[in-house]
Structure formats: structure tokens, C-alpha cells
Design a binder for this molecule. Structure first.
Ligand code: BES
Ligand code: MN
Ligand code: ZN
Length: 498
């Protein structure tokens, strides 16, 4: 799928589908222009369709003309409401209506008059189109035949440098799609070894460095918290360390950490009742986000930033060697942990990964994890939680998320709740009381980060999956986090704020 700028205006463009975005009340008078261009009474037809231009609303008309075969009008809502989310949603809906079309699609939207903003809009629209048209047929024996348009041409006035900016879209979307594929794949396909292979593929294709620590290597480093989680599984744990090094001078070193539980049964605190054990293949959503982001970063090659990706990958299973509820283990920084709940396993794997991250002496650490059901209760499925003691880092990530159209809300790091993690015997227990469960989880993680290093934690338990699909996301895995991370690292956010 290609994206390009077209110099043609409404009166000159020809191709297979013409998509036109209109605000409520059509302040630009686009419908009048279309009537002239096509010689058709569009306004009365729209009235019969009860099309009002509300956000994402669609009307499709088969023209069957050699120069334009169909017309899609898509609503943008009130002209005064924020542009970017409206454009993104309109582009995604229109793209879905182009499913089964071939050839080229012209997309005419009311781009901002401000050049940098107009370029950002064009990028978002291209991303929205490609991501909305994604479908996953890897596991069908006979996939339905499907055609898609080959080309999307952005019409209207856009700055010339938008064309080169559009070249980034392919890399970013390939990262999101990789993350979606890793999350959606079943747990008998995406294993810890498969995650390591996926990192190896990126390393080979783009010349990144890869180190995979085996169980014995992790034991040597004293990663007792991580290995305790993996010990009930027949599959070997894989601690994955992938590194992107830029050409030229180094300005920043960043570490991305992703929770990589390829299946979370809960362990002896087995997930029962409403806990949705059957969905726990997506408990590696954090690792998918950081692997997807690395794929994009490897291709975009940002200057001056070295990026390390860490995933302490394993399964949380039950067998005769599995951790008992009540076991006390020692993490690689010497902290002893009483495992009072084997289902709070993500934080145990992250603990050792965060100690390792701190040893790299980076300028910032960001972890992404499907960590708590409590975060889903607090923020729902469209917003991830963000915890950080560093305002600049938190703001940089929030801005990157906003630009990506990914929901992210800063949550409190309530230090007094650390009381809830006190153990009678060990330094800490891994689970506090149920109220505020996503906050105590963040406080637990903080114990393993060097306090000198700015660190942020994103709980993405709600956002990795969408049963029905939403926004640009078809039903299933969303690939949440990739675009936020890429914007943060490649869009100057990390450089400016980390
Ligand atoms: N992977 C789960 C969190 C989760 C829950 C992700 C729902 C997505 C949807 C995590 O390992 C977990 O089980 N957390 C427990 C923690 C509790 C035992 C303190 C939870 O949230 O119930
Ligand atoms: Mn769990
Ligand atoms: Zn989990």
C-alpha cells in the first residue's frame, strides 16, 4: 500500500474511489464543488441518506464512471472540534469502505493551514488508513480472497515536505502490525523462544545487536524473581536484549522494557471465574509493543539515541516445580520477595529486568506491561495508565501518545501505599490490598529502579486488545504503544525531555 501527494485538485483528479471529508454544515462548500465537478445533485441525495457530517459518518455512491468509479463522503463533525482525532477516525472509516476496491483512492480532507500541523495530519491519516485495513489471516486454512486499493493519494494543499514524511508511515505501521501479530498469535505459537526469534529477525534485517540470556545466565545474575515465575513451565525462559546504536554522536541512551508473559495461567493462584484465562496469550503485549517499536526504530534510524530493549520472557504455569504461594525469592538487586500471590507474576519478571536496565546507566527507562486488572477497572480499554516521578518524562510520553491518538492518563505514585507491600518475613511481598492495585504494582516496580534514573511505567492491560475493534483498530490485538514509543523516540520527545 502506497501513500503519495497528488498535485491534482478536485476538478482534475481521477482514479477509482474519491473520498471527501465534510464538516457538519459544510463550511468549505465542498458539496457544491462536488456537484459541479460530477454534474450530480449530491445535496438532495445526502439529505435522503440523512447524512449530517457527524464524526465518522459515511455515505457511498457508485458512480461507475471511467474517471471515478465511486464517491465516499465521510463526516468530520463540527468544524470547531479538534481536527486530528476527527481526521483519523474519518480516514479509518473511509478506508474500511474501500475494502474490496482496487486501483487508487483520492483522499480530500480540509488540512490545517499551518504547515507543520498539516504534515502531522497527513501522517496520521495515512497511518489510520493502513492500520484500519489490516487483517490477520495467518491462522485460516482458506483465507477469504481480498483486494485492497494499491495507492492512496492525498489531495488538497499540503506542504511539499509531507511527501518525505509519508515515507515514515510504512516503518511505523509495520511495527504496529508486528506487535498486533505477536499479541494475536496463540500461546502455542508465540512462546518465549518465538519472541527471541522475532527479535533476531529484526536484528538481522537491520543490523541491531542481540543478546539472549538463557536460564543459566539469568541464574548467574541472581534473577531469582524472574526465574521463579518461569519455573513451573516446560518452556525455557528467554531474557531478550536488543540494541539499536545510531551512527555518529550519542546524545541519549534509553531503555524500553516490555512484560513478556507468553501465557499467564495465574500459577497456583489459578485464574478462575471472570479472570479470562483464555485471553492470557496477550500478557506479552508490553513485549510486543517494544519489539514493534524496535522494528520501526531500526528502519527509521533516529540520530543520537541509543535504544535498548529488554524482555524477560517466560510463561506462568503450574506443575510440580512451580512456585508455591508463600515462597520467598531474591531478586538480582538483593531484595527478598514473599510471593503471596503467584498471579502477580509480571512485576516479578519486570523487577529483574528493571535492575538490568538500571545497570545500563541510561538517561531514561520506560516499561510497558499488561500488569493489572485494577488498571482496566480504573481506566477502561481505551486508556493506559502512566506512572512516573519525573514530570518531564511523563509529559514527553503523554504528548507522544496524544500525537499517536493512543489514550494515556497519568496516575498517582502514592508512596504511602507502599505500606501495603510490607511482608512479615521478607523485604516485600508481591501483592498489596485490592484497592489501588495498579498503584501498588507501580510502587513495587519502583523498588527495582535506580532512583537516579528517570523511569516511567505504562500499564497497558486494558488497551492491548479490543473485542469489537475501535478507532483505527480492527477487532483483536491493537498494537498499542508502538506509535507512542516511536513518536517519543523519533519525534524529538525523548531528546527534549528525557
Ligand atoms: N496479566 C495480569 C493482568 C491482567 C488482567 C491483564 C486482566 C489483562 C487483563 C496480571 O499478571 C495479573 O494477574 N494481575 C493480578 C494482580 C493481583 C493478583 C494482585 C490482577 O490484576 O488480578
Ligand atoms: Mn497474572
Ligand atoms: Zn500477567
Amino acid at each position: 500500500m502506497q501513500f503519495s501527494l497528488s498535485p491534482a485538485n478536485l476538478s482534475a483528479w481521477s482514479g477509482s474511489v474519491l473520498v471527501v471529508g465534510v464538516h457538519e454544515q459544510d463550511p468549505q462548500g465542498l458539496i457544491g464543488e462536488l456537484e459541479t465537478r460530477l454534474g450530480l445533485a449530491i445535496a438532495p441525495w445526502l439529505e435522503r441518506q440523512r447524512f449530517q457530517g457527524k464524526g465518522g459518518e459515511l455515505a457511498k455512491l457508485q458512480l461507475l464512471r471511467p474517471e471515478i468509479s465511486s464517491l465516499i463522503l465521510v463526516g468530520l463533525g463540527a468544524a470547531a472540534s479538534p481536527q486530528l482525532p476527527a481526521l483519523r477516525q474519518a480516514a479509518a472509516n473511509a478506508a474500511k469502505a474501500c475494502n474490496a476496491e482496487s486501483g487508487s483512492v483520492g483522499v480530500l480532507l480540509p488540512w490545517s493551514e499551518q504547515p507543520a500541523q498539516a504534515t502531522a495530519e497527513a501522517l496520521s491519516v495515512a497511518e489510520a488508513i493502513r492500520l484500519a485495513l489490516y487483517s490477520d489471516v495467518r491462522f485460516r486454512s482458506k483465507p477469504d480472497p481480498r483486494t485492497l486499493p494499491e495507492r492512496f493519494e492525498l489531495l488538497g494543499t499540503l506542504p511539499a515536505d509531507t511527501a518525505s514524511a509519508l515515507e515514515r508511515v510504512g516503518a511505523i505501521c509495520a511495527g504496529v502490525e508486528l506487535a498486533r501479530e505477536l499479541v494475536a498469535a496463540p500461546p502455542n505459537s508465540v512462546t518465549p523462544a518465538a519472541l527471541a526469534d522475532s527479535a533476531a529477525t529484526i536484528a538481522q534485517a537491520h543490523g541491531l545487536e542481540l543478546k539472549v540470556l538463557e536460564r543459566a545466565d539469568c541464574a548467574k545474575r541472581g534473577m531469582g524473581a524472574y526465574l521463579a515465575v518461569s519455573q513451573g513451565s516446560d518452556l525455557d525462559p528467554k531474557f531478550i536484549h536488543l540494541t539499536y546504536r545510531p551512527n555518529g554522536a550519542l546524545r541519549k541512551r534509553l531503555v524500553l522494557v516490555g512484560k513478556g508473559l507468553t501465557f499467564d495461567s495465574g500459577g497456583y493462584n489459578l485464574k478462575v471465574g471472570a479472570a479470562q484465562i483464555d485471553m492470557m496469550k496477550y500478557d506479552m503485549g508490553g513485549s510486543a509493543a517494544v519489539i514493534g517499536a524496535m522494528r520501526a526504530i531500526a528502519e527509521l534510524r533516529p540520530e543520537g539515541v541509543e535504544v535498548h530493549m529488554l524482555v524477560a520472557s517466560c510463561e506462568n504455569m503450574v506443575n510440580g516445580s512451580a512456585v508455591h504461594p508463600g515462597d520467598i525469592v531474591t531478586a538480582s538487586n538483593g531484595t527478598t520477595i514473599e510471593i503471596n500471590n503467584t498471579d502477580a507474576e509480571g512485576r516479578l519478571t519486570l523487577a529483574d529486568a528493571l535492575v538490568y536496565a538500571s545497570e545500563l546507566k541510561p538517561d531514561a527507562i520506560v516499561d510497558l506491561a499488561t500488569l493489572t486488572g485494577a488498571c482496566v477497572i480504573a481506566l477502561g480499554e481505551e486508556i493506559a495508565g502512566l506512572w512516573s516521578d519525573h514530570d518531564d518524562l511523563a509529559d514527553g510520553l503523554r504528548q507522544a501518545a496524544e500525537q499517536a491518538g493512543e489514550g494515556l492518563w497519568r496516575m498517582p505514585m502514592q508512596s504511602s501505599y507502599r505500606e501495603g507491600l510490607k511482608s512479615l518475613l521478607a523485604d516485600l511481598k508481591n501483592t498489596g490490598p485490592r484497592p489501588g492495585g495498579s498503584i501498588t504494582a507501580a510502587l513495587f516496580l519502583r523498588e527495582f529502579v535506580d532512583r537516579e534514573i528517570p523511569w516511567a511505567h505504562m500499564d497497558i492491560a486494558g488497551t492491548v486488545w479490543s473485542d469489537k475493534g475501535r478507532g483505527l483498530d480492527p477487532a483483536g490485538a491493537t498494537g498499542y504503544g508502538v506509535r507512542t514509543l516511536v513518536n517519543w523516540i523519533c519525534g524529538g520527545g525523548a531528546g527534549a525531555n528525557a
